[in-house]
Design a protein around this ligand. Structure first.
Ligand code: AVI
Length: 316
């Protein structure tokens, strides 16, 4: 119990330090990982159901189509590690089709991970479930029981790699290759470049769910760091930066104001922004280049009929 409290206190300190340094910097930014408190995770689930947010349903349709092919490539008895597994809902079909000997769900959110592992154990009593709490942007270690499997598959769905800068993405892919060992496969998805209006709509939807997701970060800072952000004085802005091939999301001040958070005062002029997210959009070849730079080789690529979303299978 005491241990848990210490853990909670230090997580709060890290959040406070990050907020102070992010709001003191020019330009201002906050890591997108802070968007996912309990409320933020629930709003993100809502986003995945929004009509303008085509990503989740397009990816699900691709996976449904390719499962039989994957089942031929990966025989029963393999090891699967999933990065950023969350509630592991998307994984259930994969586990049924591939029948691995072990499954390692890896996520930063401890509570989610433990309850997801228990649910999976009920559903798949023959699969050894070995959850790991880890921040994907830092080095991690895989369990020996997983490494001992002759066939190993890393699974990183959801196009979450798009929220990493190119440097962090490269570092993650390189570390994953080293951690999994030669001969391992990686099944990873990425959103593809497309018409700018479709992209911007996905991040500024007609139903107003994405602005709620972004502005929840202000609510979180108010609650956890004694902040006094007035949510009606800020707005969500999503833009596509064509040169960088990424959606950029900002919280923009719509008034001149001074806000106190984490014990410090921050002045905002009208139009001043805090960047909260990048969401990179790749092509088949730009993502294949990224994989290669990290020592992976693209083996298969699947997309949807519109070429809006990509699923990549790489080997090292
Ligand atoms: C989690 N990630 C892949 C989402 C994306 O599309 O970049 C996060 C998101 N932010 C706003 N809408 C969705």
């Amino acid at each position: 119990m005491l241990k848990e409290k210490q853990h909670a206190a230090s997580a709060q300190d890290v959040f406070a330090e990050d907020v102070i340094s992010g709001l003191s910097a020019a330009p201002r930014s906050l890591s997108s990982k802070w968007l996912y408190d309990t409320a933020g995770s629930a709003i993100f689930e809502e986003i995945t159901q929004v009509k303008d947010y085509y990503l989740t349903r397009t990816e699900a349709a691709i996976f449904e189509n390719i499962l039989p092919e994957l089942a031929v490539l990966f025989k029963p008895g393999s090891g699967i590690v999933e990065f950023g597994s969350g509630a592991s809902i998307k994984t259930r079909n994969l586990l049924s089709a591939l029948q691995p000997a072990c499954y390692v769900p890896m996520d930063i959110a401890d509570e989610f991970l433990q309850s997801a592992a228990e649910d999976l154990h009920q559903l798949f009593p023959d699969i050894e479930i070995m959850p790991i709490v880890a921040d994907l942007t830092a080095p991690y270690q895989l369990p020996q029981a997983f490494l001992d499997k002759h066939s190993k598959l890393g699974f990183f769905p959801g196009s979450t790699i798009g929220n990493f800068t190119a440097e962090i993405a490269r570092r993650f892919l390189t570390h994953t290759r080293e951690a999994m060992g030669s001969g391992a496969h990686l099944l990873i998805s990425a959103d593809l470049v497309k018409d700018k209006n479709i992209l911007v709509r996905a991040y500024d939807d007609h139903e107003g769910v994405t602005p709620r997701f972004t502005l929840n970060l202000l609510t979180r800072m108010n609650r956890e760091l004694g902040g006094n952000f007035d949510l009606s004085s800020f707005r969500h802005v999503a833009e596509f930066n064509e040169q960088m091939s990424r959606i950029e999301i900002h919280i923009e001040s719509i008034a001149d104001q001074i806000v106190t958070v984490a014990g410090k005062d921050f002045r905002f002029g009208r139009g001043d922004r805090i960047r909260t997210e990048y969401s990179y959009k790749y092509s088949e070849s730009s993502f294949s280049d990224l994989l290669e730079e990290a020592g992976w080789r693209l083996e298969r690529f699947w997309s949807d009929p519109n070429d809006w979303f990509g699923v990549f299978l790489a080997v090292c």
